[in-house]
Design a protein around this ligand. Structure first.
Ligand SMILES: Nc1ncnc2c1ncn2[C@@H]1O[C@H](COP(=O)(O)OP(=O)(O)OP(=O)(O)O)[C@@H](O)[C@H]1O
Ligand SMILES: [Mg+2]
Length: 278
């Protein structure tokens, strides 16, 4: 095992940025279950906090409540018990400093890529010239120069997801909630988008909570990984990634520690146990 210096681990938040940007305190979420007296307990007693500038991934079996957790972070769902704080403020509804990105790009098919990117800025009431400037910058940053006047159907899946990322970042949110944003993409496109995302998050020192089923993606992108149990989802383990190159996941993927770390996650998730392969 390599021992990395603090300098090599520069992706991690600095000591002066230890303030919690996202905090879940004793959060439980129940949903009424159709035709049953007992509600579905989606997540149970979630307690964790994420520092400003930190990127944290959440992994866990399907249906364990990962999306529910994210929806509570962004104020779309309210917890049944407990509290969620973003930027030190209790979440009671949609949070302004937060942006959301999903597996489906959710671009509006009738708007050009440029106007899709401008959407959040329009909602904020920003003047047209400013919106255009920001959209132009985001097109460049997300490697979509020349495609501003195209419509979503004219773009590949990877390009649409780039456009969704551009739209997510256009309003300059401090906190990003990403729900399997790359899971529908092919392996190569996914790695390139991960690289772009990591660089942008690093440059702008954003805080991000990232859901994925891809264990290597979680290791390549994050400072820390929260592992959830099957439903009702609880956090069963918290793993510090402690590797350099957070801003360069293409290179981080090549480090020798990746394999053993992925192995540890597979054990925690019981991948391969009770499966048809045995
Ligand atoms: N709006 C809702 N109404 C009722 N039940 C819901 C609702 N949203 C989620 N659930 C239930 O909560 C549980 C957790 O769902 P959730 O979508 O959060 O899981 P997940 O971990 O994101 O799964 P996946 O990995 O498949 O995306 C499931 O049993 C689901 O049916
Ligand atoms: Mg989900």
């Amino acid at each position: 095992m390599n021992i990395y210096t603090a300098e090599q681990l520069q992706g991690a938040p600095r000591a002066d940025e230890v303030r919690a940007e996202i905090e879940f305190r004793g959060v439980t979420k129940r949903f009424p279950a159709k035709g049953k007296a007992e509600p579905t307990v989606a997540v149970n007693g979630l307690d964790f906090s994420i520092r400003r500038g930190e990127i944290v991934s959440i992994i866990g079996p399907s249906g364990c409540g990962k999306s529910t957790l994210l929806n509570m972070g962004s104020g779309l769902y309210m917890p049944s018990e407990g509290e969620v704080y973003v930027g030190g403020e209790r979440v009671n509804g949609p949070v302004k400093r937060v942006a959301f990105m999903l597996q489906k790009d959710l671009l509006m098919p009738w708007r050009s890529i440029r106007r899709n990117i401008e959407l959040g800025l329009e909602i904020e009431g920003r003047p047209a010239a400013e919106r255009r400037d920001i959209a132009e910058r985001m097109l460049l940053k997300c490697h979509l120069e020349g495609f501003g006047d195209h419509y979503p159907f004219q773009l590949s899946g990877g390009m649409r997801q780039r456009a969704a990322l551009a739209r997510t970042l256009a309003t300059d949110p401090q906190v990003l909630f990403l729900d399997e944003p790359f899971s529908a993409l092919d392996a190569q496109t996914k790695m390139i988008l991960q690289q772009d995302l990591a660089q942008m998050l690093h440059e702008q020192r954003k805080t991000a909570l990232f859901i994925t089923h891809d264990l290597i993606e979680a290791i390549a992108l994050s400072d820390r990984i929260l592992v959830m149990s099957a439903r009702p989802g609880t956090i069963i383990e918290e793993i510090e990634v402690n590797l350099p190159l957070r801003e360069n996941p293409l290179e981080r993927r090549k480090l020798p520690e990746i394999g053993p770390l992925a192995g540890r996650l597979m054990t925690l998730l019981k991948v391969g146990e009770d499966s048809e392969l045995h």
